[in-house]
Write a protein that binds this ligand. Structure first.
Ligand SMILES: NC(=O)c1ccc[n+]([C@@H]2O[C@H](COP(=O)([O-])OP(=O)(O)OC[C@H]3O[C@@H](n4cnc5c(N)ncnc54)[C@H](OP(=O)(O)O)[C@@H]3O)[C@@H](O)[C@H]2O)c1
Length: 345
């Protein structure tokens, strides 16, 4: 078993890390770290556990420690679920101390020498780790996953990109409240409401999508326009996607490409890999957030309503994925599994 530290373990994403790593065949949580507010308390006291499964016994009584790399001892991998403003320096300190850090934060995502992996799509970007180690003179590494809405979007885009090419795309999101962390958006702001603004999110979706679908050294050259909205669902980001393809793309052919799509995690049979990264539904009113967000144990993107787009000349569809599982901790764990198999850990 490899020993894992979770930084930001008490937060929304940190709790999903603790939940998903409970009983994991390769990784075991041995250290939980968070802010001064939580330091010195048991995880049980500090976390205000908000998940539907019980708090894992082994973690419940652990003492929460500081996020200082000198306070974290004897671990093989570090999962970071820290706010970006805090994560940048802390993750660098851990990488300098020789740890491989798998991060959910945006602080290092767009650094040219940091792989931002959505592993079915761009595992080959791990080659950047060598460059990162050489340039930054450290033995550890920082590997990130994309922002939650980008993770959900890029899974169905990859088979379209490979088979039909993409000139441009437009995406409009309906994002769950849990995407804003805890306590997140005030209930009086979000109940009975839609907020048509999520700070920084549109730029992240545009640039991260190009980085993931590009090569390790060059972003993809299609144009992306996104509009991001917070809606009053708890988990699950829904996205309306409109794609201008390079080659003619009939909806049935697009559906077939998505259905047949698998990546390295499926070929390697990684423990957290969903059987199907993209699940296509033909029911006229699906996917729906409440009904479909847990498909593939929350690791698949569900796509529905694939149809011709009369304006851009390609296809349009609805995509749905679980923001704190596939969009955050689940993707991080899948990345860690890939890094272990490839002997980076
Ligand atoms: N929520 C999502 O769907 C999602 C998806 C993808 C990526 N992300 C990213 O994942 C990260 C975590 O998000 P979240 O939703 O879990 O946020 P959150 O619920 O607000 O949790 C933040 C965590 O970081 C800790 N923390 C905050 N300030 C700290 C400080 N100054 N020093 C040390 N620890 C500190 C908190 O500890 P205390 O409990 O002790 O305050 C808590 O454990 C963010 O970078 C976010 O952008 C989130």
């Amino acid at each position: 078993m490899l020993k894992a530290a979770v930084l930001g373990a008490t937060g929304n994403v940190g709790q999903i890390f603790v939940q998903l790593l409970d009983g994991h065949p390769w990784f075991e949580v041995t250290t939980v770290a968070a802010s001064e507010r939580s330091k010195g308390r048991t995880y049980n006291e500090a976390s205000r556990w908000r998940q539907s499964t019980p708090i894992p016994e082994a973690v419940a009584q652990m003492e929460v420690v500081d996020i200082d790399s000198r306070a974290v001892k004897d671990v093989d991998i570090v999962f970071s679920a820290l706010p970006s403003a805090v994560a940048g320096k802390v993750e660098e300190d851990f990488a300098s101390a020789g740890y491989v850090v798998v991060s959910n934060a945006s602080a290092h995502r767009m650094d040219p020498d940091v792989p931002m992996l959505n592993p079915e799509i761009n595992c080959s970007h791990v080659s950047l780790i060598e460059e990162q180690r050489r340039k930054r003179k450290w033995d550890g590494a920082i590997v990130t996953n994309p922002n939650c809405s980008t993770t959900v979007l890029t899974l169905p885009l990859k088979p379209i990109f490979d088979e039909f090419g993409i000139n441009s795309l437009i995406v409009s999101t309906m994002q769950a409240i849990s995407g804003a962390g805890y306590p997140g958006v005030a209930s009086l702001d979000i109940v009975d409401n839609v907020i048509p603004f999520i700070g920084g999110e549109e730029n992240k979706m545009e640039t991260e999508t190009q980085k993931i679908l590009g090569t390790a050294s060059k972003p993809a050259d299609f144009k992306v326009s996104s509009s991001c909205h917070r809606v009053s669902t708890i988990d699950g980001h829904m996205e309306a996607v409109f794609v201008e393809t390079k080659k003619k793309a009939e909806p049935n052919a697009v559906a077939e490409a998505m259905e047949n799509f698998v990546g390295e995690p499926q070929k390697l049979k990684l423990p957290s890999a969903p059987e199907k990264p993209v699940i296509v539904t033909w029911e006229k009113d699906r996917p729906q957030t409440r009904l479909d967000r847990m498909e593939g144990k929350g690791m698949s993107t569900v796509v529905g309503r694939i149809r011709k787009d009369p304006v851009l000349g390609g296809v349009k569809f609805i995509a749905l994925g679980h923001n704190t599982i596939r969009g955050a901790a689940g993707c991080g764990i899948l990345n860690a599994e890939y890094l272990k198999v490839k002997k980076f850990i």
